[in-house]
Write a protein that binds this ligand. Structure first.
Ligand SMILES: [Zn+2]
Ligand SMILES: [Zn+2]
Length: 344
């Protein structure tokens, strides 16, 4: 059965180039069904796909884009990279089985990146899934998961209301591992590297700077490497961790659009407050020009933009094209402004 699928995939690849990638533009485009078969064969062959489950930069919910979440998946195995609200539903939409979830990687503990954790853990509880699930993240992750597990206990005790039902402990199978800058972790046949980025800028030496970190991750797999910026400002460490990667998955902010929206929404903000906010946005996030420069310096092979903050990509049809062109002014490789549910 596997051989049949693999052969079908090979034929499809020969006919149409890389059929699973959202970069594929070689005509004739495969039918949705052909692409599905090829994607399924790819996943069985050990190749990991990266799926952008939610592409909105939080915290404001959007009708067009879900909160930040990504899935690294192949047949029988899945890893969530950030888990914004709706991550469990988006995983299923991406064709993954929640029982295949092996790990969750939290880049930092802003709510847009963790709002979906309770849904994922609750789904495991209600389906009595007890296979090990390791949650990696910065300091604070353990307290958050402990709190969620406590919050699950009343539901666990009440169960489905079936007489004689044996409740399960909601902590079953959940492992938390807090990570640090420079850590290298083996995840089956994936090697993960952790780098602290510049999303936070607490004063050097302060208690906050010691405690609170925001991370970029790099996933090295047998056939490809993917660097994920997390939320970050311009950062040499992010550039270094992305060096030579096949894919850079980057956050992005449209500062002008964000400031315009803020001025409209927050009429009580003083000019000074607005100026401070703009400085903060530019220091703690990256613009299209920043992305282009990181991609060029790191010599990555392709760029996918997600976590789109403040931008018009959700409402202006031309915005995604404009963002890609702004990045391409600094970087000559392929650039894709991702939508929810796209596979790379
Ligand atoms: Zn964010
Ligand atoms: Zn953030």
């Amino acid at each position: 059965m596997t051989g049949l699928y693999t052969n079908t995939a090979l034929i499809l690849v020969m006919l149409s180039g890389s059929v699973t990638s959202a970069f594929a533009q070689v005509p004739p485009a495969p039918s949705a069904q052909q692409a599905k078969i090829a994607a399924s064969a790819d996943r069985q062959s050990g190749h990991f796909d990266w799926v952008t489950l939610g592409t909105m930069g939080g915290p404001m919910p959007s009708a067009q884009r879900a909160e930040p979440a990504n899935l690294l998946m192949r047949h029988g195995e899945a890893h969530l990279v950030d888990a914004g609200d709706g991550a469990a539903t988006a995983m299923i939409r991406a064709g993954s089985n929640y029982r295949d979830l092996r790990s969750i990687w939290i880049s930092h503990i802003h709510f847009d990146h963790i709002g979906g954790l309770y849904g994922v853990l609750g789904l495991r509880l209600q389906t009595r899934t007890t296979t090990p699930l390791t949650i990696y993240g910065p300091h604070g992750t353990r307290a958050i998961i402990d709190g969620l597990i406590s919050a699950m206990r009343p539901s666990a005790q009440s169960g489905f209301g079936v007489p004689g039902e044996v409740p399960i402990d909601p902590a079953t199978g959940i492992i938390v591992r807090e990570v640090n800058d420079g850590d290298q972790i083996s995840l089956g046949d994936i090697k993960v590297k952790v780098a602290e980025n510049t999303h936070y800028s607490f004063p050097a030496g302060s208690e906050e700077s010691r405690l609170f970190k925001s991370f970029a991750f790099r996933f090295d797999m047998a056939d490809r490497s993917i660097a994920y910026t997390g939320d970050t400002g311009p950062s040499d460490k992010v550039t270094a961790i992305a060096a030579g990667a096949d894919l850079l998955v980057s956050e992005m902010i449209d500062v002008d659009a964000t400031m315009t929206a803020l001025r409209r929404r927050s009429v009580e903000m003083s000019a000074q407050d607005l100026a401070n906010t703009e400085t903060h946005l530019k220091a703690h996030h990256i613009t299209t020009a920043d992305i282009g420069m990181i991609a060029r310096k790191a010599a990555v092979k392709a760029v996918v933009v997600t976590h789109i903050a403040g931008g018009g990509a959700t409402t202006e049809p031309e915005a995604a094209k404009r963002y890609a062109e702004e990045i391409k002014a600094h970087y000559s490789g392929p650039v894709k402004i991702a939508d929810d549910g796209q596979t790379f």
